[in-house]
Design a protein around this ligand. Structure first.
Ligand code: GDP
Length: 711
């Protein structure tokens, strides 16, 4: 073996080879000079390793054995030289902490929730310039021009005007909401008032509307039969008329308002003379106030023997309603919907109120209208009742209603007669829509079918985007709720109602019952009676079915629902429906576990039970107590108090009354009590019995008539 070769290799390796050779007598093959050279090299390059052998003149090959250990150790292999490598001990840091480690509770990192930018709503109008739109939306002119080009419209200059429909399409593309501003240009003419009837449940809203409907000229002509299209017109002998919205109640009113459909001019506040001001009366008052709509009070049921209209007046006055009799400007009329008395006075009061308001609207030009009700007719398809706000709606026009579109095939008035056009404040039923719109949707007249289709598509896209965003927000809310209340059960609900307006109102009202423990999930809504499809869906997702103002389902459907254990709630009054659903929600809620002191006892005596064998356990101490409050149960946890301080807490090992085991013992009785692992009783100690109770949420119906679930 050549020395050079060794050098070129790892010296370490060279040494090992050398050692092996030595072990087998290989040292003889090396001349002294070679060994010296090797030693010199070793000393110069690896002084540490070779130090011991270099100090001695006797340089024997045996010295290199040290390298074997080192090699075996460095390679962590014992089989390298047939020797055991010393084990490397893991270094353990000495703990010099005297305090026990503080256990910080694990806080899961919060998922990053994208901060939602507030929804931007811009006002658009016919003939606005590109510059106007750019300023309002905040988008560059070039961006707007690009979108317009995609829509097939070329707008060269920023001062060029565009139509209101194009402005909406562009704004939707940018992602902002729009509010259409209609010019008041054109002839403004007086228009009838649009009236909504509100008040507490059972105070006679429906009866009043029925009675008023019968006074309408159309009803008289049709032998008292009028179409229920969501609104009707009462024509007075003087030629004036009043339009009444046919959906009484607050939910519909607020749902319409929430969607921007401010169609109501005057609110008739119905108060029963025998019942007085009730929570929903106050709620109606606050709705009217917040919508800035004047009120005319109708004190109903004045035919009843117990009627006390004066009391109602005082109550209303004390609630802040400035009645005419008391020097204010709110008119009050005493009526009876059943006896049909005072109705003419009510109509006069409404006309007077309308006159004071000087209600006028543009008659000519394209119409702007709002949907008050929508339904599907088997033969005629989707039908929407709309009330025109301004302009004139005419048969044959292309319209966009909410996210739906169509061409008006025919218009019908409240008497069911086809009409060519509808003027402001006159309700008409529109036939010819492609889909079913919702109550509160706006009706927009557009130039062509293509434009109608484009607007409808754009709005649908925007609706879907908004819906997904809402789901995202909902999930984010869920996540936050989940951190505090891990248990939240879902309550799937199917809503069926007579008309689209009610569907919307009931759905919104049910959602207001959402709480931290029960998530009210409206999984399906529809207009019409409960069908087999609803039953199938309810069975598939364990949903409850809510029917509002619909006729009872056929026996077969009822039986099927009973068989499948599906709960069906049918109501005609939204307040009653909410009450029953509130109870169902409370029942379904998991509740919160709480510890409550169920009883208190005083220790009067201490007994020691001695002489027990080892196998049976140690001696035990029994507290002889008198229960001074509540009750004691064996399943409870016992808390021992001395001078107000807690001395011990543990489960009850034995509870006896007159030497008999007892599950519960009531106040005033004596008992023998053993607390597990406790022998520290003293006469005069107080023992409390703690019980775990599940506290269910509460259904709260406030003075103002609103409802909520409080966990
Ligand atoms: P709503 O819940 O406010 O729509 O009340 P309804 O119109 O359904 O009326 C509730 C009850 O009051 C019905 O039984 C009606 O017959 C009755 N009612 C309504 N108006 C009068 C009235 O002027 N006089 C009397 N005696 N009963 C009335």
């Amino acid at each position: 073996m050549a020395w050079r070769m060794l050098r070129r290799k790892e010296l370490h390796t060279g040494l090992v080879n050398l050692a092996f050779r030595t072990d087998h007598g290989g040292a003889k093959h090396f001349s002294n000079g070679t060994v010296r050279k090797l030693a010199q090299f070793y000393r110069s390059d690896r002084p540490k390793y070779g130090a011991s052998c270099m100090r001695s003149n006797h340089f024997t090959i045996r010295n290199f054995h040290a390298g074997v250990y080192m090699l075996a150790w460095s390679r962590k292999r014992e089989d390298v030289v047939g020797l055991k490598a010393p084990k490397k001990e893991k270094r353990v840091k000495r703990e010099n902490r005297t305090q026990p480690p503080v256990e910080a509770p694990y806080v899961a990192p919060k998922p990053k929730i994208a901060t939602k930018l507030p929804d931007k709503t811009v006002e658009i109008f016919d003939g606005m310039t590109l510059l106007d739109l750019s300023k309002r939306t905040g988008a560059y002119i070039s961006t707007l021009q690009g979108i317009l080009a995609d829509l097939g419209e070329k707008v060269e200059s920023e001062f060029d005007s565009i139509s209101i429909d194009l402005a909406e399409l562009v704004a939707m593309e940018i992602g902002v909401n729009t509010r259409r501003m209609h010019t008041g240009e054109g002839m403004n003419e007086p228009r009838p008032a649009v009236v909504t009837v509100m008040g507490h449940v059972d105070h006679g809203k429906t009866s009043l509307l029925d009675a008023l409907r019968q006074t309408s000229v159309a009803a008289k002509e049709a032998g008292g039969i009028t179409q229920h299209i969501g609104a009707f017109v009462v024509e007075m002998p003087s030629g004036a008329s009043i339009t009444f919205l046919d959906t009484p109640g607050h939910a519909a009113f607020s749902a319409m308002r929430a969607r921007g459909a401010a169609v109501t001019d005057i609110v008739v506040l119905v108060v029963a003379a025998d019942d007085g001001v009730m929570p929903q009366t106050l709620e109606a008052m606050s709705h009217a106030k917040s919508a800035n709509v004047p009120v005319v009070v109708a004190i109903n049921k004045c035919d009843k023997p117990g009627a006390d209209p004066e009391r109602v007046r005082i109550q209303l006055g004390s609630e802040g309603l400035l009645l005419e009799d008391m020097g204010g400007d709110v008119q009050v009329v005493e009526i009876s919907a059943v006896a049909k008395s005072g109705l003419d006075k009510l109509e006069e009061a409404l006309l007077l109120q309308a006159e004071m308001m000087d209600l006028k609207a543009r008659i000519d030009g394209p119409a702007q209208a709002f949907v008050v009700e929508a339904r599907v007719d088997r033969g005629r398809g989707p039908l929407a009742t709309a009330i025109v706000k301004s302009g004139t709606l005419a048969s044959g026009q292309h319209i966009v209603v909410g996210a739906e579109w169509g061409r008006i095939r025919s218009l019908r008035d409240t008497a069911g007669q086809t009409t060519e056009s509808a003027k402001p404040a006159i309700p008409v039923e529109i036939e010819g829509l492609r889909g079913l719109p919702m109550a509160g949707d706006d009706v927009v007249v557009v130039d062509s079918e293509e434009r109608a289709r484009m607007l409808s598509q754009g709005r649908k896209k925007k609706q879907e985007k908004d819906r997904l965003q809402k789901i995202d927000e909902g999930m984010a809310d869920e996540l936050e709720v989940n951190e505090e209340t891990p248990e939240r059960v879902e309550m799937p609900i199917i809503v069926k109602a007579d008309v689209q307006g009610s569907v919307q109102a009931v759905t919104d009202a049910l959602r207001s019952l959402n709480s931290a423990q029960v998530f009210v999930n409206v999984v399906h809504v529809g207009v019409g009676p409960i069908s087999q499809h609803d039953i199938d869906l309810a069975q598939a997702c364990g949903a409850y079915i809510v029917g509002f103002n619909i006729r009872s389902p056929p026996i077969a459907i009822t039986q099927e629902a009973a068989r499948a254990n599906i709960k069906v709630f049918l109501h005609k009054v939204i307040y009653h429906l909410l009450e029953e659903m509130g109870r169902a929600i409370v029942e379904k809620a998991p509740g919160t576990a709480e510890t409550k002191v169920s009883g208190e006892a005083e220790v009067l005596n201490i007994f020691e039970l001695k002489g027990r064998s080892k196998s049976k356990g140690p001696d035990i101490k029994i507290a002889g107590c008198r229960i001074t409050d509540g009750h004691f149960s064996k399943s409870g946890t016992m808390r021992l108090l001395r001078s107000g301080d807690v001395v011990f807490e543990g489960p009850c090992a034995s509870l006896k009354r007159e030497k008999q085991d007892a599950e519960t013992i009531e106040k005033g009785n004596d008992c023998g009590l053993v607390i597990q692992d406790c022998d520290d009783f003293q006469v005069g100690d107080i023992i409390q019995c703690l019980e775990q109770v599940i506290r269910k949420p509460k259904f709260i119906s406030t003075q103002s008539g609103s409802v909520r679930i409080e966990c």
